[in-house]
Structure formats: C-alpha cells, structure tokens
Write a protein that binds this ligand. Sequence first.
Ligand code: SF4
Ligand code: SF4
Length: 547
Amino acid sequence: MFCYQCEQTAKGTGCTIQGVCGKDAQTAALQDLLLYLTKGISMYAHRAGQLGARDREIDVFTIEALFSTVTNVNFDPERLKNLIHKASEIREKAKALYETAAKKTGISTEKPGGPAVLVPAGDLAGLVKQGEEFGVLGRKAKFGEDIAGLLELLTYGLKGAAAYADHAHILGVEDDSVYASFHEGLDFLTKEKYTADEIVGMSLKAGELNFKIMELLDKANTGAYGHPVPTKVRVEPVKGKAILVSGHDLKDLEELLMQTEGKGINIYTHGEMLPAHGYPKLKAYKHLVGNYGGAWQDQIKEFDKFPGAILMTTNCIQRPGASYINRIFTTGLVAWPGAKHVTRKDFSPVINAALAADGFKEDGSNQEILVGFGHNAVLGVADKVIDAVKSGKIKHFFLIGGCDGAKSGRNYYTDFAKKVPQDSVILTLACGKYRFNKLDFGAIDGIPRLLDIGQCNDAYSAIQIALALSKAFVLPVNELPLSLILSWYEQKAVAILLTLLYLGIKNIRLGPSLPAFVTPAVLSVLVENFNIKPISTPDADIKAILG
Ligand code: SF4
Ligand code: SF4
C-alpha cells in the first residue's frame, strides 16, 4: 500500500505497510479501486452533463464514494466491496445517460477507457488485487513526483469538498452545478498528460467549488437549526445515563435528540459536534447537556471512560478499544468492522446500549466554555468590534484553527494561543480548538478574546467575517490586521486550504508539518504565489506577524 493523504502519514512520507490511522493494505487497495471507478462514473457523467443530462442518483453516489475514502471514515472491507459493486452499476447508468443524451443531440459518442471500462472482480481478494494497481505509486511512476503530488492535492480537495456536499445533501440542500464540478474534476483526473499549471488551475477551481459547498452547508445548517448564538456549554458530566455523539452531522444529532426525548438519557457532544450547542433548534432540547472530551485523537482514552453509548456520525473514527466496541455505533458513511452500524431512522440499538450502561454516577464540576460565534453572531456585534479596532483596544485578529491530530508538535497551537497579546482576538474553528478552548482568555470591552466560530466547514463564517472587516476598513483582506495560523490533518482541511487560495488569501501559516504530497517544487509555487509558510515557533511567528 501507499497512502500520504493525511498529516500523520508514516515518517512524513507515506504509509506503506499499515496506515497510522489503522487502515490496512486491503482497505487501502479497496479505497483506491473505489476512487478509480468513481472517476469512471464521472467520465460519463461529465460528458452527459455537457449535453444537459443529469441524474441525481449518480451525483449523490459520486460524493458518497469520495467521502468514503476520506481519512478515518470507512475501514470496513465488506462495506467497501459493496460500494465498489454499486459504483460499477452506477457507472453503467452514467454510460447510458451519456449515450442517450448523445443520441438525442445527434453527436457521436466518445468511448472513454480505463476507469470507464474496468470490470470489478466478484470477490474481495480479486478486488484488492485490482485496487493495488490504481494507487498513488502508479501515478508517481507515470507522471513523476511533482505532477503526481499536484494530482493528489486536487484529489484530496475534491474528497474534502465531497464530505461537505454530503452534509448539505443530508439536510436537503444541493446544487446541480456543484455535482457538475465534481464530475469535471474527476474526469480531469483521468487524463494521460498534464502540465503543472493546468492542475493548479483545476485545484483552485476545486477551491471555488468548496467555497460554494460551504456556503450551501451554512444555508443548510442555519436553515434547519437557526443561526448559532453565543452559548455556554457544560464540559463536565451530569449524573445519569448518557450517549456521546461525535462527527459533524447535525441531522444525526437532531434525530437522536428526538428519539431520546423523555427517556432519561443525557446527550453529550464530542469533537466537531460541539458547535451544535449554539444552534437554537438543537439547544432547545434540554437533554443536550454538554460536551465530553476533546478532539478525535483522544477518543480511545476518553470513550473507554465514557459510561454510555457512543455514536460516530462522520469522521474521525479510530480503531475502537475492546472496552467499548460493543457500545460504539457508526451511522451514515462511517464504518469499522465489528462496530454496529445503525441508520438515523432507528437509533434504538444506541438507546438500548445507553440504558444498559452505568451512566455517570455523579455530577462533575460546573465548568463551561463559550461557543456559537458564527458569522451572524459576530456580524451582529460588528459595530462594537470595529469601534474597538478604531480605538486601538483590539490590535490584531488571529484565526487559529483547523484539524487536531496525534502527532507531536501540535502543542505549538496551544502555546501560540497563550502567547497572543492581550489586545488581540482569537477566532477558532474545527477540532484544533481543543488545544486551548478550555483556557480563560478574558474579554475586550465585553467582546470575548476567544470566539469559537464552529466546525471546520464554518471556515465559511470566518471568510464572511474577514470580508466584513475588509469592507469596514476599506482594505483588502490580505492587508487586514488578521493572520491565519492553520493546522491540517485530513482532506477536509485540504479543501479549505484550496478555498483560501482560490480567494487569494496570502501569508497563511500551515502546520504542524507540510503535506507529504507537496513536493519542494510545488511548495515553491505555493510560496511564490501565496506566500504560504510552515509554522516555526510561536514566539518567532508572533514576532514576524506583529513586527
Ligand atoms: S489516511 Fe493517513 S494515516 Fe491513514 S494510511 Fe493514509 S496517510 Fe496513513
Ligand atoms: S476537523 Fe478534521 S480532524 Fe477534526 S474531526 Fe473534523 S475531519 Fe477530523
């Protein structure tokens, strides 16, 4: 196997024997084959789309297949086998869609090869053997390190964007042009020859696509649950039976809240579900009592101690420990062999497991943190913020956010947040915030110095806030007193990075290490065009930023 799609890749170069995430060689090959066949689907769907023919089943399957190959989502060979066979069926449907559309318009049909024609084997062993041919190593041999790395940058951007498109689609918000862009991007990935410039161009297009999707997801979340409002969240247990909900999918949380109402079970958020507390329609459920634990990489230790059932709605799942394998459940596209899979229509197995477990024996302390600073909440106090900047009480904004992870070096973000001068405000989002979100940063004229904007996809909110500041001070975003200190882990972060580059945002500091697929030649292009920098030390970076 070879995989270097996430930040924790082995030795900073690539996982070759077993993924650090727990992905084995079999699963890696199956994911590579699924991705390959999905490109085949898009070869037809893109051509059909250009002739005005679309099919929603094909479109939705495409984003689900991509999301299933994102880090820490699907580790189950049987589920992947089924997805591969479904991909083959969907590809036939896409082929028929294209050929019918071509016939109607009287043009001769193209006969794409490769991913458009490969017949998947019937059994698991055969599929694994096929998948081994379609990994990164083949592309490195064919195109060289730089072009292969750029192709992976685009691929991972599309995977991350697909995850967000799936969240929005679950809430009923979709857009045909979004699906068309996925097919265009995946079809592009089947070409035989590339220049670096055209891949960079397509990657920025993927950034634009992801911006549109984050906007759709913002509409989906706020349309369904209202705009987040500043909300205090308890981070200590409450005595009683308990369910912990992790991942990013608010719809799953809502369904679980409905299905547990009046059953005497307290619901806790975990990881990226924390921002749910700020949404008016979710916080209205009294048994949504608080948040438990920190970011995804601490789950083995924390889930072991959690005395109830656990529901994983999306990434990031890790290999479940023996002490909780019988009380952890997956739903949606998440899968781990041995963990029971449930659908959001019926969470009764999760509820029964919670009722059978001990629950918390006593209340913890009353410690609380503050969440709910989406664009609506922040722009609602924009006048106050602008006045504070004009009077010199706020001198700088630091966006310190992104994914958390297990590798060493991530305490940089804790140290950085602690060292941010008292006259500066910290904006944060995604699970990287757990590095510092229980610290007390105080306030400036009633404005909290730490503003939790939300999940990783709420980068959309951060962009809206930056645009509002830019308008208020009549300055380009790159000239605002605003610095982006980002941490990345998996492909959603790659999608967001491409969005920021598409928007022309410069001077981003990225860590804890740079992506392994970004070769020195590609890095020099990114530095030249966007002045991206690796993080160094908090002191040196703060000094360089503030002068
Ligand atoms: S997803 Fe990350 S940890 Fe898992 S195999 Fe790939 S590079 Fe390794
Ligand atoms: S922000 Fe990234 S690392 Fe964190 S839980 Fe979400 S997908 Fe995983």
